[in-house]
Design a protein around this ligand. Structure first.
Ligand code: UD1
Ligand code: CA
Length: 462
């Protein structure tokens, strides 16, 4: 998409966002796992805007680092003091030196705006030959916004801020949403003449509109509503989620209840996968085809191969799960957990930095940390790797086909050889050779008649 003319973008992200009541800059608050500034910037880049300059001020370093990581091509301009939107755009002038064409201006706190709508601004400016096209809307409640004042011919004459508006002007229903396309030369020439003799003592970008010919493009309120407080953050986030979920369903993923399915931006899920209610997929997670993810699972930065079944209420972080494996319910995979193909990890099993071999099973109540478990092993209920000696993390190895009886402690560093057996209730401190049986529990003694003779008497009632 383009208009033949070059387009640069300036994204205003310097404001504090007082109404968020937050230590964190408003534009860094997250929706679907990304700072809200991510969304308008992505829309601008979809139109091939270049250069793209983000004006930062409040928490500038943090903003630059988070946004710069997401968009390595973005340039940054610093607005040290937030003297108004007009001043903010002037701060980007240096970064745009040598550029001629149109400048798209976006507020970083309007995450729902779509590239198609921005294209509408480009088309309107081109067709009208105006110096400015601005996006407007007719919200149910226009209070707080700048109003679009039109002349007798119905053309856009100027924008007046709510705080400077007359009672008559306050009745105007069409508002400015802070998204514009300006002729670059006109913009910077006009900005230099803008003063701060207004109710807020700020340099208003809106004052530029009256200095040239402007056309308005009306947008749906929902798409251009800004995030100024936590309630608006939640409602914008919910819209973004709906868009993402709609896309997943279009791509062949079943969402049992999309209203309560949370998939971060950028996450891919393969077709024929099923996400049950309250599933949350976060960060860099990738999910293959025909994967079933049960209710209440939280999966962070993990890779799930095709055909995996994850039963309800499991929590993964930094894990990899191989094709056809079955994990959960109530399983916990911590960073470095790698579950092999067709392996089974059952309830209340925790894996950390552990490679768990193809077809192996650990079905109940187990902790495996810093371990390598071979293929086709059976890890009995209640098996624990004692991998920490108070200072160091130590490795455990269980070779292919080994059988670890229930309630075993594997005291690391230790190795159980290929095909070996460990009797239940064992504390294994020494390596077990391949093919051996290791038992360490003491021999059982039964003391006949002990209960009648020696057992403590229950206190009698009354
Ligand atoms: C602005 C518009 C108003 C419009 C409204 C839509 C002006 C003067 N007014 O008002 O007509 O209806 O947006 O939401 O432009 N920012 C900076 N530096 C500053 C001030 C603001 O970078 O010095 C950034 C903010 O971070 C934000 C954007 O500009 O992303 C808009 O600022 P905000 O203070 O929300 O403007 P409004 O007063 O709402
Ligand atoms: Ca605003």
């Amino acid at each position: 998409m383009s208009n033949g003319r070059k387009i640069a973008a300036v994204v205003l992200a310097a404001g504090k966002g007082t109404r968020m009541k937050s230590e964190r800059a408003k534009v860094l608050h997250r929706a679907s796992g990304r700072p809200i500034a991510y969304y308008p910037i992505r829309a601008a880049l979809a139109l091939d805007c270049s250069p793209l300059v983000v004006v930062v001020g409040h928490q500038a370093e943090q903003a630059q680092s988070e946004i710069g990581q997401l968009f390595p091509s973005a340039k940054f301009a610093l607005q040290k003091e937030q003297l108004g939107t007009g001043h903010a755009v002037l701060c980007a002038e240096d970064a745009l030196r040598g550029f001629s064409g149109d400048v798209l201006i976006l507020a970083a706190d309007v995450p729902l705006v779509r590239a198609e709508t921005l294209q509408g601004l480009i088309d309107a400016k081109k067709q009208s030959g105006a110096q400015v096209s601005l996006l407007t809307s007719r919200p149910k409640d226009p209070r707080g916004y700048g109003r679009v004042v039109r002349n007798a011919k119905g053309e856009v004459a100027r924008v007046v801020e709510e705080k400077d508006a007359s009672p008559e002007e306050k009745k105007i229903g069409e508002v400015n949403v802070s998204i514009y396309l300006f002729d670059a030369d006109f913009l910077f020439r006009a900005l230099r003449t803008v003063g701060r003799g207004n109710a807020q003592g700020e340099y208003y970008l809106t004052d530029v509109v009256a200095q040239g010919r402007a056309v308005a493009v009306l947008a749906e309120e929902a798409e251009v509503s800004g995030v100024n407080d936590r309630a608006q953050l939640a409602s914008s986030a919910s819209q973004l989620r709906q868009r993402k979920n709609a896309q997943l369903m279009k791509d062949g993923v079943t969402l049992v209840d999309p209203a309560v399915t949370y998939v971060d931006e950028g996450i891919e899920v393969g077709p024929d996968s099923v996400l049950e209610p309250l599933v949350s997929l976060r960060g860099k997670t990738r999910v293959g085809r025909a994967v079933e993810i049960g209710q209440g699972c939280v999966i962070v930065d993990s890779e799930i191969a095709d055909g995996v079944r994850i039963l309800p209420y499991s929590h993964f972080e930094g894990a990899k799960v191989g094709r056809g494996a079955i994990v959960g319910p109530f399983a916990r995979l911590r960073p470095g957990a790698q579950v092999g193909e067709a392996a089974h990890i059952g309830n209340f099993v925790e894996l950390k930095k552990t490679v768990f071999g193809k077809g192996s099973k650990a079905n109940h109540l187990t902790y495996l940390g810093d371990a390598v478990i071979g293929e086709g092993c059976n890890i009995g209920a209640g098996t624990i790797t004692c991998n920490y000696d108070g200072a160091n993390k130590l490795p455990t190895t269980v070779e292919d086909g080994a059988f670890i009886g229930s309630d075993t402690q594997l005291v690391a560093p230790v190795r159980v050889g290929k095909g070996a057996y460990v009797g239940s209730g064992s504390t294994i401190r020494e390596d077990v050779p391949p093919g051996a049986l290791a038992v360490s529990a003491g021999k059982q003694r039964n003391i006949e008649g002990w209960v009648a003779k020696k057992a403590p008497k229950k206190a009698s009632k009354g």
